[in-house]
Design a protein around this ligand. Structure first.
Ligand code: DAH
Length: 349
């Protein structure tokens, strides 16, 4: 173990080890190397530890000197190690931070910005309007029973309206709802009057041209209370039309027929493309008016069907097409553009 000259005293050898260790420590370039040096100079099988172990067998006067020198050198080496570890660890931390640095001033990966669909904007506007009047919002199933979609609304089996609505019939007495009107029945069966509810949702009919799509949207409205009249219906819908279209679009109410309202009306808005001047207009087909919604006073038979007393309560109902309303509002001539998912189209809104 002692490969130094036998002429060198133990204390001298210790000093030599100390110098050797400290100069190695000073020139070490990583904390990993420092750890190796710690093992080499202070570890259990290091030469210095060996010397310390042998101190006990030395003559008394030498024991004190060698022991003292060994302890001082150990401490000096430890001290040098600690200082250098601190320096190198700080450097290593800096290098790591630099290597992992993120330039927060670089622009990020831009996400394509989304847009609300024009139909959704109309739905939001209409629903907001009615919520402002105290109406509640309800949603129901798109796969509907024949009973709710037709029978309970005064359209019994075999009634021509079932095919007139271009119904998608499913198995087991189910249909894709052709209208949101079944929500009238579902709502009234689930609560006592008074009722003030709007029901936006998807509806389906076998129909496709510039103003019809097999899937489209409706918003149903229903109010049932004591003393409601056609005047309330007219005032409510006029205020709604002004809220959505402003004062510039003309509106007309015209008598109509629905199986579940009596009397029934239709609300039209003036054609935004030709204003009624082009007999060949693709949008209004020369009529000058676009059918916007159906409405009426709830038929007493419907109130009876859900267990409301028609002597005590009256109501009005309406069903509108937010897709068509969006066409009017934004001047879009072809409804099918709404459902093609073309971002160039949607980004215009
Ligand atoms: N459900 C009718 C349709 O799709 C629209 C409608 C008319 C709804 C009159 C109503 C109403 O609530 O009272 O053609």
């Amino acid at each position: 173990m002692c490969y130094h000259s036998p002429l060198m005293s133990a204390a001298e050898r210790i000093k030599q080890l100390e110098h050797e260790a400290i100069s190695a420590i000073d020139s070490a370039l990583s904390t990993a190397v420092l750890e190796d040096l710690r093992v080499k100079y202070l570890g259990r099988s290091s030469e210095l530890t060996g010397i310390k172990k042998s101190v006990g067998s030395l003559p008394t006067e030498e024991r004190k000197e060698v022991g003292g020198t060994a302890n001082r050198s150990s401490r000096a080496i430890e001290e040098a190690l600690r200082g250098r570890v601190e320096q190198l660890a700080a450097k290593e931390r800096e290098a790591k931070l630099e290597a992992e640095a993120v330039d927060i001033t670089l622009p990020g990966t831009p996400y394509p910005r989304g847009h609300l669909h024009p139909t959704q904007r109309i739905i939001d506007e209409v629903v907001d309007f009615f919520v402002g009047l105290g109406y509640r919002v309800a949603e129901g199933p798109e796969v509907e029973t024949d009973y709710y979609n037709f029978t309970a609304l005064g359209i019994p089996p075999g009634h021509p309206a079932r095919t007139m609505q271009d119904t998608f019939f499913l198995d087991d007495g189910l249909v894709l709802r052709t209208q949101t009107s079944p929500m009238q029945i579902r709502t009234m069966l689930s609560q006592e009057p008074p009722v003030y509810v709007v029901c936006p949702g998807k509806t389906y009919r076998r129909d496709s041209d510039p103003t019809h799509s097999p899937m489209f949207h409706q918003i149903e409205g229903l109010a049932v209370d004591k003393g409601l009249t056609l005047g309330h219906l007219k005032g409510t819908l006029a205020a709604m039309a002004r809220h959505v279209f402003g004062e510039s679009v003309k509106i007309r109410l015209r008598p109509s027929y629905f199986q579940f309202t009596e009397p029934s009306v239709e609300l039209d808005v003036s054609c935004f493309v030709c204003g009624g001047s082009d007999p060949a207009c693709k949008v209004c087909k020369g009529a000058g008016w676009l059918e916007m919604l159906g409405a009426g006073m709830v038929d007493p038979g419907v109130l009876e069907e859900v267990g409301y007393d028609p002597e005590e309560y009256t109501g009005f109902a309406f069903g509108m097409g937010p897709d068509r309303m969006a066409m009017v509002k934004y001047g879009i001539p072809d409804l099918r553009l709404f459902f093609e998912g073309d971002l160039r189209f949607l980004q215009q809104f």
